[in-house]
Design a protein around this ligand. Sequence first.
Ligand SMILES: Cc1cc2nc3c(=O)[nH]c(=O)nc-3n(C[C@H](O)[C@H](O)[C@H](O)COP(=O)(O)OP(=O)(O)OC[C@H]3O[C@@H](n4cnc5c(N)ncnc54)[C@H](O)[C@@H]3O)c2cc1C
Length: 298
Amino acid sequence: MYDVIIVGAGPAGLTSGIYARRANKKVLVLEANTYGGQIINTKSIENYPVNPGISGFDFATKLYNQAKDLGTEIKFEKVTDITENEVITTKETYKTKTIIIATGSDNRKLNLENEEQLTGKGISYCATCDGAFYKDKIVAVIGGGNTALEDAIYLSDIAKTVYLIHRRDTFKAEAILVGQLKQKENIKIVLNTTITKINGDNKLESINLLTNNETTKLNIDGLFIAVGQVPETENFKKLINTNEQGYIIAEEDCKTNIKNIFVAGDTRTKNLRQLVTATSDGAIAATEAIKYLSEIKE
Ligand SMILES: Cc1cc2nc3c(=O)[nH]c(=O)nc-3n(C[C@H](O)[C@H](O)[C@H](O)COP(=O)(O)OP(=O)(O)OC[C@H]3O[C@@H](n4cnc5c(N)ncnc54)[C@H](O)[C@@H]3O)c2cc1C
């Protein structure tokens, strides 16, 4: 029987591990993929206090080692279901007194035909992971937020031409990024335009674009989709209350509708989804779990 099982080894989950272990609790972290969560592929983190410029990989590795060194048990198993006192993975069922859900979010899809089939064959959701494959090629980035602009700027140093395609007439990204974007001569900005079709059999060949009711075809080698994130909460909805977008409903105390189940990081309802708020939630959720454990002892 564990005191705390944490689902997800991203910044929120690993921070919960650190806090729970420092309170001497028996802790298990379960992770479906690799440790570190979304930040792992980011080239440089500039807004987390103390160490500007640290790579996402270094940040995640330091956090992972810190949690491990404190005695946090970490297993790489996907959680498929939970009950109030059990966490079920693809391999096993674990008993626990408390659960912290820290499953973050996944890339939002365009939901177009061929999207899944051509992922890895010209379509990518990670410019820093796959950008190097497109040296001197023609690529397109879809989106208008920080990630889309960062991707376009990053790719402009590798690819010959980068089309940045956005459905609105202004970007919602930070002004500093919009300024940097405009300095790049090989980025072509295409506004008020949506992507309607992805063409190619075994490899991406072109996309269809719709601007003011007019359809055009754009031949490209790579398509980078950066249209936001969706919370990873499908496996918990049976038991835990979520909002319309699927985020787990919780206030700053990270408490869910079930008294021994807490939520931390990007997967909960909140205004700012960043590292600093994810690690903050990790600390709060673990502290609430510890408080709950001390109460049930009496
Ligand atoms: C490209 C990019 C760049 C970014 N850059 C910055 C930045 O510079 N500064 C900043 O502050 N923020 C940045 N962010 C945001 C930041 O990465 C997130 O806010 C933060 O990672 C959220 O942490 P989290 O632990 O809540 O979730 P995540 O990082 O999403 O981690 C969740 C973890 O849970 C795992 N998981 C999911 N479902 C299951 C399951 N069923 N079973 C087991 N494990 C599961 C996932 O595999 C993942 O490892 C960036 C995000 C992206 C995508």
